[in-house]
Design a protein around this ligand. Structure first.
Ligand code: CDP
Length: 237
């Protein structure tokens, strides 16, 4: 079976193809994963949006993160739905825009350190993968924890200053005038917490293909991944 890179609307894919994409903030994971899923006609899952949604709820309730019974209680009463093409819903409310705001950025990595949170979200992510025909899932622990048996595993990275530049431009597009310095510090801080936590840290697992996207366009990264998928499939034919 091959993946036709030219005729993107006529691409046949192996049933149950699972692609894991991990990497730090601003490495290009989301845009690349979304485009890949579109071309492969696969489900796309942004697991970061789920951590962001629960963070928003804990923020709104002013929950003390060291009060684990309280965190557990909030978690049990929370429903997060990622609806393709429609957005992210927290207990039925559309929070697509709000979960990208600076208050959530500043707290999400602290929330994502908590094992109770991870356990629930990882289970939900695995259920989504099990019921999807094919899936492109992006996050921090997809290859290591959520889909250790994924057909393909990629880790996207880029120089810190380039990642901050991309994130700053995205935020400017949304009307948020944040300084380069503040964006750089925010993602540096998140990288540190995400890579240093005890439960499922951000890391390059063995067998994962690393792509440095610093000098690459989105299209180049997508093509590189499709070529890897295509060439392995051809070898199997
Ligand atoms: O888009 P960006 O790379 O800034 O972040 P994101 O993918 O939306 O993820 C936000 C945060 O959620 C990360 O900084 C991690 O703390 C956490 N996260 C995680 O722990 N595990 C995942 N699979 C996805 C996100």
């Amino acid at each position: 079976m091959t993946y036709n890179l030219e005729k993107e609307d006529d691409m046949s894919i192996e049933a149950g193809l699972k692609i894991a994409i991990d990497g730090p903030a601003g490495s290009g994971k989301s845009i690349v994963a979304r485009e890949l899923a579109r071309r492969l006609k696969a489900t796309y899952l942004d697991t970061g949006a789920m951590y962001r949604a629960i963070t928003l709820k804990l923020l709104r309730r002013n929950t003390d993160l060291s009060d684990l019974p309280q965190v557990e209680m909030v978690l049990q009463r929370t429903t997060i739905v990622l609806s393709p093409g429609e957005g992210v819903f927290l207990d039925g409310e559309d929070v697509t825009e709000e979960i990208r705001k600076p208050a959530v950025n500043a707290m999400v990595s602290r929330v994502a350190e908590l094992t109770a949170i991870r356990r629930k979200l990882v289970r939900q992510q695995q259920e989504i993968a099990a019921s999807a025909g094919s899936i492109v899932m992006e996050g921090r622990d997809i290859a290591t924890r959520v889909l250790p048996d994924a057909s393909f595993k990629f880790y996207l990275d880029a120089a810190l200053t380039e990642r901050a530049r991309r994130r700053m431009l995205e935020q400017h597009d949304k009307g948020m005038a944040l300084s380069f310095e503040s964006v750089l510090n925010e993602i540096k801080e998140r990288d540190l917490i995400d890579s240093g936590r005890a439960d499922s840290p951000l890391t390059v697992a063995p067998g994962v293909s690393v792509i440095d996207t610093t000098e690459l366009t989105v299209e180049e990264v997508v093509e590189r991944i499709l070529e890897a998928v295509n060439s392995r499939s051809m070898r199997r034919d």
